[in-house]
Structures are given as C-alpha cells and as structure tokens.
Ligand binder design. Structure first.
Ligand code: F0G
Length: 472
C-alpha cells in the first residue's frame, strides 16, 4: 500500500530495520512488514530527545484518577508516552488492556514455588478475550492514520477475533481473515463470524495462511495486522508495563510466556530493553519462552542447534536447513494448544534478540503438561485456553530443573480466555473415554490427573440426593 500524506506523527517515531548491518530507517507513514532493502523485520523506534518520556514510571499513576477519559482507561494508551507513534485524536480504543495481575498461591504450590511468588497476568480479560487486543489497538490506530479501508491477518484464531472486533466496533475498516482448515477452535471462529469478518478458510494450516495473506495484502493493498507489523508489538509492550505497575514498579525475576509466532516475547524484550535504556527500571527480568512440544521450532533451533541473536549476525543457513528438514520429513505442527500450532514463527529473529536482551531461555512442554497445568489454573480461579497454560507448565518445568528458585518472583502470562476452547477443557474433564481419546488420546494425552468429572445420575430425587452426599 502506498504511504499516504495522512497526519502520521513523524517528528519522533520512525521504523528501523533490526539487522545491524542494514539498519535502514523509514517514516512511520510507510506500511511495511519487512525492510525493503534486506527483508529483515522492522522496529518502531523513537527519538526520545524530542519528546522525553516521563522521568519515573510512577508518573503514570496520575492517569488512574482520569479513568473516565478513554485513553487513560485503556491499559495500552495510558502508557501512550512510551509508544508515541500516533497523535491521540487518531487512536482507536475499545477499552483494551484492563487486565489484572494476580498472585496465585494454589498455582504456586503446583509449580513448586513459595506462596506469594507466582503471579498470573490474566490477558483473557481483554475485550476479545486474548492479549491480541493490546497489539490490535496499536496496529489498528496505525492503519487508521494511513487511511486503510481493509485490514487482514492470518490467524490461529485470536488475532482474527481481535481484528474482527476492532473493525466491527469502530466501523472504520473491513476485516479479512485467513484461517487454516479445521485448526481453529470454535470459540474463536464464532467471534470472527459474529463480528462480520470476511473469513477465508484455506485448505492448509496456519503457516500456509500466513504466506497467502502476505501475498494477498500486497496484491490488493490491504493493511496487514499480523505481528510482522511492528506497530502491533508496540501495543503488546504494555502488557509488561502493567505487570510492573501491579508490582509497584518492581521488576519481577521471570516472565514466562507461551511462544507461537513469537510476537509477545519479542515485544516484551523490547519493552524491558527500552525501559532499561531510558533509566526507568534498574534491571530486566529473565524471559522464558515456552513452546508446545508439538510445535517446537524455537526450542529446536535454540536448544538443539544453538541458534542465537549473535549481535544480529543470525545463522540463517541453520534456519533454512531446519525448515528444509521439517519440510522433507513432512513434519507439521500438532498440539492441543491450537493457538501456538505454528511451524515457522515469523518473529523468530526478533525473539532471539529478546532472549539475548533478557538472558532468556526456551523450553518445550507436552500436551499432557499443558492440560494438567490448565486444569490447575482453572481449579485456582482463573480460566485459560491450552496455549496460555504452556506458561505455567513451563514455569513448573523450570522449577523442577531448579533453574527458577522457589522464592523468585515469577509472572506467567495467561494469553487467552478459558472459553476460547471449551472442547479441550470438556474433553479433559469428560467421563466418556471415546471422547477423551478422540480429542486428546491422539495427541499423547493419557491421563487427566486433575479432572473434575460430572457425576451421572438417574433422574430420580433419591438418587440425586445420594449422589450429592456421596461426592461432597
Ligand atoms: N497464546 C495465545 C492464546 C495465542 O493466541 C497466541 C498466538 C500465542 C499464545 C502465541 O503468541 O504468537 O506472540 O508467540 N496466536 C496467534 C493468532 C498466532 O493467530 O491468534 P505469539
């Protein structure tokens, strides 16, 4: 799409290629998802000398008393000074980012942490039920500033639900979403359909949809909101600002996040790196990115092939070889955590940089570990979808390895709401072995240690009373 002469703020924000040996810069009025010169990913950067950020993060507390103003109520835009790429009059907000951080001693016990040490950042409380709204409000705002009429994404379900909602609520654009066949949970698909998105279901998986949406957006001049869009990640930085805010601006020891397309981990790394460079925090937390074992490209490349950021000199031959082997072996991502069922994460290089900035590490967890962790999250008062529980399963694994100490402060990101994927939840708790096998057995899940089984009983008063007395 051509850059329009719209009132995009160019005085202090710009886009920059992340490859150090290229480093080309571009106006924020340009719609780019990769550097036109070298093909690398782009960052949105700021000239902080022109509009200095607040001197202390506590400065943001004054916005709490102005919660009746939409830009102060939004958990993204109350931090506008840390992502100042658009003027306030262009911002599109639907009240995203009002998400809480909870200490959960029940989950802490399960993970093997001391009481008061484990926190859950509950991003399922966003308007469309996932963390995606943090990034969508930012990308959508950018789309509006450049005058876009249509916006597209490929999605495992949550990005599409979020885009569809912003389009529908604002009436500013039409949503065009690409999904793979049979890969999206009904909760998410129902959102996109209800919100009126033009839904293109292609015969393929997420990675196929991702390639196609990039081609189609280019050809038809549609604004692309996948996380290759650097403005998306600016919004997702604010999840970390809210974590800090909830911890009275103290940096936790660990952030544990599921890894799919690796947008979140990339955004979190940038958030902490920037705050540290600006002198607004005195240290960065460690970052743990958790893959599902059935979709473990990052884990494979990072842990088995030792792929690193390496000052931006990433070994692209190792990546190409890995993908070629994956292709020739016909290996396809396959996990109950459908949100992160991704073979080729588009933000791989940015995530490697985030891991470098945050002394990070990568782990994979099985579907069994994910579902058990999810059940524990549920049993302790928070619902989440399977992909989100990878963070808790990952924290438990790192605790077992003694990488995380029992009294360190650990924040697990619950990325999506429980109701996004009721099939996975009901199958875990079911009494019907056939149903269990149909959905979970084929993925190597053999037991449901924390299942809360429904009690089947005849429609008879005495029987019902007896069943309650027996089970309570
Ligand atoms: N958790 C949930 C619930 C997600 O929907 C996603 C990604 C992730 C984790 C992974 O985050 O990509 O930033 O590493 N969902 C995308 C989608 C791919 O299309 O909705 P990531």
């Amino acid at each position: 799409m051509a850059s329009a002469a719209a009132p995009v703020r160019t005085d202090q924000a710009y886009q920059k290629c992340l490859a150090p040996d290229c480093g080309a810069t571009y106006d924020v009025g340009q719609v780019l998802t990769a550097c036109p010169k070298c093909g690398s990913l782009l960052d949105v950067l700021y000239d902080w000398n022109r509009t200095p950020p607040p001197e202390s993060l506590r400065w943001f507390e004054q916005k709490w008393s102005r919660r009746n103003e939409p830009l102060c109520r939004s958990g993204v835009w109350r931090f506008h000074e840390l992502l100042p790429f658009a003027t306030p009059d262009k911002i599109v907000t639907i009240g995203e980012g009002q998400t809480p951080l909870h200490a959960s001693d029940g989950v802490a016990r399960y993970v093997g942490m001391k009481a008061g040490s484990l926190f859950l950042q509950y991003e399922g409380m966003n308007p469309s039920g996932s963390f995606k709204d943090n990034g969508m409000t930012a990308a959508f705002t950018h789309a509006r500033t450049i005058g876009a009429r249509r916006a597209a994404c490929a999605s495992t379900g949550n990005t599409s639900a979020s885009l569809a909602l912003y389009c529908c609520a604002s009436k500013l654009m039409q949503a065009v979403i690409f999904i793979g066949s049979g890969k999206i949970s009904y909760g998410k698909l129902s959102q996109a359909l209800d919100y009126g998105a033009l839904t293109i279901q292609i015969a393929g998986d997420f990675d196929d949809a991702m390639l196609r949406v990039q081609e189609v957006s280019k050809q038809l001049g549609i604004y692309l909101v996948n996380s290759v869009n650097p403005f998306r990640l600016e919004g997702q930085k604010t999840i970390m600002y809210r974590v800090l805010e909830s911890l009275d601006w103290q940096t936790p020891d660990w952030i544990v996040v599921p890894g799919g397309n690796l947008g979140n981990s990339s955004a979190f790394g940038k958030a902490f790196h920037e705050l540290h460079e600006l002198g607004l925090i005195d240290r960065v937390p460690r970052l743990a990115v958790i893959n599902a074992a059935g979709a473990n490209t990052l884990d494979g490349l990072y842990n088995k092939h030792n792929l690193r950021w390496n000052c931006g000199q990433i070994d692209s031959r190792t990546i190409a070889r890995y993908y070629a082997e994956m292709e020739s072996a016909g290996r396809k991502a396959d996990t109950i955590a459908s949100a992160i069922e991704i073979n080729r994460p588009v933000n791989l290089t940015k995530c490697l940089r985030a891991l470098d900035w945050c002394d990070g590490l990568v782990r994979e967890v099985t579907d069994q570990q994910i579902l058990d962790a999810k059940a524990q999250v549920g049993a302790n008062g928070f619902g989440c979808e399977p992909a989100s529980a990878a963070s808790v399963a990952g924290a438990k694994l790192l605790r077992e390895e003694d990488v995380i100490a029992p009294s360190e402060r650990v924040v697990c990101i619950l990325t999506g709401h429980q109701l996004k994927d009721p099939t996975a939840t009901v199958s875990y708790h079911t009494t019907d072995q056939d149903e269990f096998n149909r959905v979970l057995g084929k993925r190597g899940v053999s037991r449901a240690a924390f299942a809360n089984r429904a009690v089947k009983v005849e429609n008879d008063l005495d029987e019902i009373v007896r069943a309650i007395q027996l089970n309570s």
